[in-house]
Design a protein around this ligand. Sequence first.
Ligand code: NAD
Ligand code: MG
Length: 417
Amino acid sequence: MTRAASVSSDLARTPEATRADAPPASRPRTAPLRLTVLGATGSIGTSTLDLCGRHPDRFEVVALTAQCNAKRLAELAITHRARLAVIGDPAHYAELQELLAGTGIRAAAGEDAVVEAALEPADCVMAAIVGAAGLKPTFAAARQGCRVALANKECLVSAGDIFLGEIKTWGAELLPVDSEHSAAFQAIGRTSAQSIEKIILTASGGPFRTFDKSRLARVTPEEALQHPNWSMGSKVTIDSATLMNKGLELIEAFHLFPVGAHQLDAVIHPQSIVHCLVMLEDGSVMAQMSHPDMRTPIALALSWPERIATPVPKLDLVALKSLTFEAPDRDRFPALGVAIDALNRGGAAPAVLNAANEIAVKAFLDKKIGFLEIALTVAACLEKAEARGLLRDLATLDDVLAVDREARAMAQNVLPG
Ligand code: NAD
Ligand code: MG
């Protein structure tokens, strides 16, 4: 995989570039942060708005978007006094308009309107749409040169170099929201790239960590949606159960931090207390710990370089007793290896991986394929894409979206049954 060294080293300097004596925002610190939330009704979106509600003086909500749930979107828009509410699916526009009538909140609908919401002047856009559907709106947020709090990992997985290029071109600022990457960002601090030997992302191991293959073959979507530690949207919960999530996160980390693919690793840590470990040349290992609640990394992405209070319980180290770590089992959880292969192949491979995985996860949730067939489908799709010469380097967002479409069609054909 290619990566523009200048871009990655710029990002590696982000902690220093945003330190307290050099605030990135042009607005004075005392003014509320004008915040847009893309994917406001989701797990990350509602956690973000929960924090806004707890710090009403610090945040001013500009725009909120959602795909289908007009009722929840309208409630959130009214509660947080948003100026604009956008529903992605136009079929729910009339309902949204009715719910917002007389409130003074503008309503809009459709894919283009979601992109326009990302372009409404704001100091920070929380990019929390799930899947490749988040690419266009998140790219739009980068174009307005504000802070992009990035939960949508697909932007970096499918379009890493291109997205980072946009962030740089438009003078935007990228803050990771994914807990492991937020942890790495904090653990790296001002450490220079040469001193970093390894970045190790932790994974809970999901609900099936101890299952053998025959039991894995029979697990249901209902069982897979019961994550032991984290409360998340359904797509990322299934990805956590297959370990594809960790694979996607290794690709995300590759783009965010100044290390090669061989310096990235994943370890199973069932307690989900340590989120990432950064090994340094002097023998130090820097780690970040917190209760598994996304409001901690979200708060950091919104308030950096300051900190704000959250309701997340403080760690009781004595009660925790022990923190354990084990190697991931790539035989029982092959999705991790499939994702690492895609990272090493580079070019369009991660975009194909992501698209095929989205199709396979949906097929599993719809009970059309079994749990073990998710990784098999994605691997078969990558092989097919390679044979068809589809894994070329990508230069623009349109290239990424074209590959994404092609890979989805291919995955539909590859699906067993
Ligand atoms: P979710 O499914 O709970 O919410 C997704 C949001 O996106 C909803 O508001 C939904 O209306 C909107 N959306 C869905 N499809 C859309 C479309 N086609 N167009 C526009 N909007 C659409 O998802 P989530 O768990 O909040 O995850 C959001 C992103 O954050 C994902 O990329 C995920 O990988 C990442 N992430 C989530 C967590 C977590 O704890 N939930 C942790 C780390 C990273
Ligand atoms: Mg994560």
